[in-house]
Design a protein. Sequence first.
Length: 255
Amino acid sequence: MRGEEPRAGGARIWRDRALAALAGGTLALSVVPTLAPAFAFLMWIPLRTSLEGGAPSARRGFVLGTLAGAACNAVALYWVVGTLEAFGGFPTVASVPTAALLFLAQGTVFGVATALAEALRARGAGPWPLPLALTLLFAEAPALFPWHPSTSLVAWLPLAQAAELGGVPLLDLLVLATGAALAEALISRRARPALFAAALLALAGGAGALRLDAVRAARAAAPSLHVGVVQPNIPVAHKRDPARLEDHLRALREA
């Protein structure tokens, strides 16, 4: 039986890492239109499950958080590989590892925030420092291709109106705190976190809907100006082809 204990521990480690990567991929899927913004809230379930799989520590939090961040970047920025090949002339054997380094580097933002939060959780702070740490790090950390957990809220305009009060960081905090509360409700089997999440969504959504009505009324009463923009739908590979220049100009003239 002693030989099975390390094996079970190793399996748990890899399960937690897989759950962390799943959380990052789930967050990246939130940018898909229609109902997909819900994934930004649901990503907390696999993330919290992975973090609860062992004793909290800054080192463990950094590893799991970086895996989540790297997976999110890999899914959301999958096009970087093709961009490096099309515009940088990279062969595939070079573009893939270069993109992987970018995904990993940008994923460390998630890792540092999770490390800070797990260090506090080890001292009895509970799960709540993580949404705050993520909001702070996403607001302040530099990135080559910036993205935010609340990016998907452009599809749910009533919730997105909170940006008028606190910018993108407030939207990030809304998404992260709501998701953390939902995960806490599922894990702890308590109703209070779920009620807190529902109250956040109802307050932000209700206030945002009222604000949208006011903006639309003001827009309807304002003078209007019709502007036309013409841009042919040209594949990236064709834009730099001199032989297609006349075809592009003809398409613009005909439009």
